[in-house]
Design a protein around this ligand. Structure first.
Ligand SMILES: Nc1ncnc2c1ncn2[C@@H]1O[C@H](COP(=O)(O)OP(=O)(O)O)[C@@H](O)[C@H]1O
Ligand SMILES: [Mg+2]
Length: 355
């Protein structure tokens, strides 16, 4: 059964127990020490269980470029950490290349390359040595081939600063260094947790191009989490959308955009808005209001409507009559971002469930 899938989860659930502390009496703690602290905790802390993942069933095809999308707190990192064997499931199971992440941990570790978010990557490097030297040492330590260093320098755009000491790198360059360490390792399954966080758009593109090449030419499975939707459309074979630890939709980008139906997306950038924009959003299939600058009443509204041509003149007239000044209007076909807004903000679960 597991043959065609690189990753499979079966009712995978992960709970976290948290205490919500309601009444905070700071003086009680200062005077009370441990004993009083315990009493105080009993009196005021409410235990709550968070389902970071709840009965999740996902399948990732071998050799596919699959994205894991979801807003902050939807469970992306939890899922990837479980797959990488660094976190245990509360119930249910997960397999990577047919190996159980709990009972066959060593096997799983052999087949994965887990690249966590760059901001989570600690600085392992020797600050006085050069970029290249640091990578060489790491390669030797981990038993990677020497060519991997050259390759990693190129992919992450560090080639022209390879002889700079690591201590002199900017934050963005450090982020690239951490990623360079990640891509030196070869494995049939890559688990990437927001790997492009903190990188400039050009570097994001080279890194993605590299990952796509690995996926297409060497059939490496990519399971890649992000909340930057524009990265996705270009490269995705399959997208899994999470919200609150549950799968709310999946499919190819094209299949997913069908979820919102026959609509256009209208984006209007306005200023001088000192009234409630929400009334202009009622009736739309999906909508979002982004505050750009509250001081000057500058906003961008995004609306999904069945027929933009017939709707726009009326909408613009109403906005202008309330004093708004229009900076820009854009009409386009729905994108994944619209699907995301539709499903996540509307707390919906799409019927399209494949695999
Ligand atoms: N160690 C932890 N202790 C308590 N709650 C946690 C812990 N790790 C994650 N959570 C909670 O689990 C949920 C999912 O988090 P996470 O997997 O980090 O989401 P994402 O990566 O999609 O932002 C969140 O509500 C988060 O607060
Ligand atoms: Mg995360």
């Amino acid at each position: 059964m597991g043959n065609q899938y690189a990753i499979a989860t079966y009712d995978l659930t992960r709970e976290f127990k948290t205490s919500i502390i309601t009444n905070y009496y700071s003086s009680g703690i200062e005077h009370g020490g441990v004993f009083f602290y315990e009493l105080w905790k009993k009196a005021t802390a409410k235990k709550r269980i968070i389902h970071a993942l709840y009965k999740l069933n996902v399948r990732v095809r071998k050799g596919s470029f699959t994205y894991l999308l979801g807003p902050n707190g939807s469970g992306k990192t939890t899922l990837l950490r479980i797959l990488a064997t660094f976190l245990l499931p509360t119930s249910g199971r997960a397999e990577v290349m047919g190996y159980d992440v709990v009972n066959e941990r060593k096997r799983v570790l052999e087949v994965i390359n887990y690249i966590p978010s760059l901001l989570a990557g600690s600085i392992w490097a020797n600050l006085r040595l050069t970029v290249r030297r640091n990578l060489e040492i790491m390669a030797k330590l981990m038993g990677y081939e020497r060519e991997r260093v050259e390759e990693a320098l190129k992919i992450t755009g560090l080639k022209d600063i390879e002889n700079n000491p690591v201590g002199a790198l900017s934050t963005g360059q450090q982020a690239r260094l951490v990623l360079a360490l990640g891509v030196m390792r070869e494995a049939p399954v890559f688990l990437l947790d927001e790997p492009t966080m903190g990188l400039s758009p050009e570097v994001v593109r080279t890194v993605q191009d590299y990952l796509i090449r690995l996926c297409r030419e060497k059939k490496v499975t990519m399971f890649y989490s992000t909340h930057h939707l524009h990265e996705v459309e270009r490269t995705a074979d399959h997208v899994i959308l999470l919200n609150r630890g549950r799968k709310i939709a999946e499919g190819s980008p094209r299949e997913l955009t069908k979820i919102v139906g026959e609509v256009d997306t209208i984006k209007i950038r306005l200023n001088n808005v000192y009234f409630d924009l929400r009334e202009f959003c009622s009736g739309a299939r999906y909508s979002e209001i982004n505050t750009l600058d509250r001081e000057v009443g500058r906003y961008e509204i995004r609306l999904g409507v069945p027929d933009a041509d017939s709707m726009l003149p009326h909408l613009v007239t109403r906005l202008v009559s309330r004093g708004a000044r229009i900076e820009r209007i854009e009409v386009s076909r729905p994108t994944l971002e619209d699907v995301f807004i539709y499903l996540v903000q509307g707390e919906r679960v799409a019927k399209v469930q494949r695999n």
